[in-house]
Structure formats: structure tokens, C-alpha cells
Design a protein around this ligand. Structure first.
Ligand SMILES: Nc1ncnc2c1ncn2[C@@H]1O[C@H](COP(=O)(O)OP(=O)(O)OP(=O)(O)O)[C@@H](O)[C@H]1O
Ligand SMILES: [Mg+2]
Length: 252
């Protein structure tokens, strides 16, 4: 991982699950920036490249595999509340969602952050970005992180009816896939698009819905995501065009 992209750990007490880390004075989360309309391509670019580096540098490393083999947290915090809870509410697309849950749990390639979202990325006053809060980190499927993060930008484009967030989602996606070095990238990218469609629905009907979507926007997102899942869309280009169309219709 990029040394500059996380607070330094000064002390740790493993026995009592405690540690002391560097404090980022004046830090603002990327989520706060985005919600206030502060959308900076350079930040998105850096977010993409930090993630690409994390995945590339940890791929296939035996010690990382051993240290992060425990995926219970990921199952309890992500697979169950996001995917399995959602599929119980939508039996008509349960088959597709089961497939996505299986993909996520079978492919094990590199260190996955597990909560790579704008609220866990801190923008420091000197311009650096820090990645925080890796509770569900595990050795697993890289596509989860990029799908999870891109989903936040897509949901904000629906919330604000503003294509500027969609533009950043596309930038994040393109830069990540350009920067990451993994075997079978084209398959991983298709799987990432499918994971993204499941997460879109999960952030409406899973156990941890995003707090900012209005009832009306939840309904729009639900319809849109279900159609994408039902059509088994596995291309980000196609998926993002459908979101764009949705925003355009709303703005007419
Ligand atoms: N090293 C740090 N320096 C400065 N601020 C920090 C640091 N670590 C965490 N924070 C602040 O505390 C907030 C919560 O931290 P973190 O995400 O690690 O905890 P959390 O309990 O999981 O919170 P949440 O559930 O909101 O994600 C961050 O969004 C950030 O604003
Ligand atoms: Mg957090």
C-alpha cells in the first residue's frame, strides 16, 4: 500500500485490540466534499490509484493471504446484510444475486479493503488522502472495492440528478482498471459491473441503506437496479449509460 495513503501507526497493543495512530488535523472526508458539491477530478484520480496499488501490490502474496484469510467480518458486514438480505426481499432476482454472492466469496486474489467508501477517505489540508476504517478487510475479490466505491458516486448522481457524479464514477472506474495489474482483468471488470448492480439495490433494500436518498429516489434506484440485474448487465459502460438516461429523464 501507498505509505502516504494512511495514518501511521505509532503503538499497538494486540492483546487488548488497541492502537495509537497519527491524527489528520483538519481532515475532511471525501463524502463531506462530495455532498457539498466539491467534486474534484484530481481526488477521484488519486482514490482510483491508491486502490489499484493496494490490489496490485498485495496480489498473490502468501503472508497477506495468511494474515487476512479470515473472511467472517466480510460475510457478517457485507455478504449477509447487503446481498443475502436483499435477495430475500426480491425472490424474482434471487438467482442472479446468489451468483454474485458466490463470485465474491470464491475468487481470492489480493487484499480487499471492504469499506472503500467516500466516508472512509480523508482529505487532509496538505492535499494528501488517507484511507481509514478497514474493518471488513480480507484476502478476496478485488472487484468488490471498485464496485463499492463507484456505487457511492452513482447513487449521488441519482440523489442530486447531476451527471457530474456520474462523470467521476466513470473516471474512477477507468483509472482503476488502467492502473491495476491483475490476471484476467476483463473477467474481473465484468464481475465488478455485476457486483455494482447488486450493491445499487443493496443500498436501497439491504440492511444498511444510504441515508440521503429520498423515498422517491429509492424507488427510482430500485427499479433501475433491478432491471440492470435482471438483464444481467456486465458492462460498466452499459450500466452507467442506463444511470445517465435515468438522470436525463428526470431533468427534462
Ligand atoms: N487518523 C485520523 N485522523 C483524523 N481523523 C480521523 C482519523 N481516523 C478517523 N478519523 C475521523 O473519524 C471518522 C470515523 O472514523 P472511522 O471511519 O475509522 O470509524 P467508524 O466508527 O467506522 O465510523 P463510520 O461508521 O462513520 O465509518 C472518520 O470519518 C474521520 O473523520
Ligand atoms: Mg468509517
Amino acid at each position: 500500500m501507498d505509505e502516504d495513503a494512511a495514518p501511521k501507526v505509532f503503538l499497538e497493543d494486540r492483546q487488548h485490540y488497541m492502537f495509537v495512530m497519527e491524527y489528520g488535523e483538519g481532515g475532511v472526508t471525501w463524502k463531506e466534499m462530495l455532498m457539498k458539491g466539491r467534486v474534484e477530478p484530481s481526488t477521484t484520480y488519486r482514490v482510483a490509484h491508491i486502490l489499484a496499488k493496494l490490489h496490485t501490490n498485495s496480489r498473490g502474496l502468501e503472508w497477506v493471504r495468511e494474515e487476512f484469510s479470515e473472511a467472517t467480518n466480510f460475510h457478517q458486514l457485507r455478504i449477509d446484510p447487503y446481498i443475502l438480505h436483499t435477495l430475500r426481499k426480491h425472490p424474482d432476482i434471487a438467482g442472479q444475486l446468489h451468483e454474485i454472492a458466490d463470485i465474491l466469496q470464491t475468487r481470492k486474489m489480493c487484499l480487499v479493503h471492504g469499506d472503500y467508501s467516500p466516508k472512509n477517505i480523508l482529505h487532509l489540508s496538505d492535499g494528501r488522502l488517507w484511507v481509514l476504517d478497514c474493518e471488513p478487510a480480507h484476502y478476496g475479490h478485488p472487484s468488490f472495492d471498485i464496485a463499492f466505491c463507484a456505487n457511492h458516486l452513482l447513487l449521488k448522481s441519482i440523489h442530486f440528478n447531476d451527471p457530474v457524479y456520474l462523470r467521476e464514477a466513470r473516471r474512477l472506474w477507468t483509472e482503476y482498471w488502467r492502473g491495476v495489474d491483475l490476471d484476467g482483468k476483463s473477467v474481473l471488470e465484468r464481475e465488478a459491473a455485476m457486483i455494482l448492480s447488486a450493491l445499487m439495490l443493496a443500498r436501497v433494500d439491504g440492511k444498511s441503506p444510504v441515508e440521503y436518498l429520498s423515498e422517491e429516489n429509492r424507488a427510482r434506484t430500485r427499479l433501475l437496479a433491478k432491471k440492470i440485474i435482471r438483464d444481467r448487465v456486465d458492462s460498466f459502460e452499459e450500466l452507467s449509460s442506463r444511470v445517465e438516461e435515468e438522470i436525463r429523464c428526470e431533468n427534462i
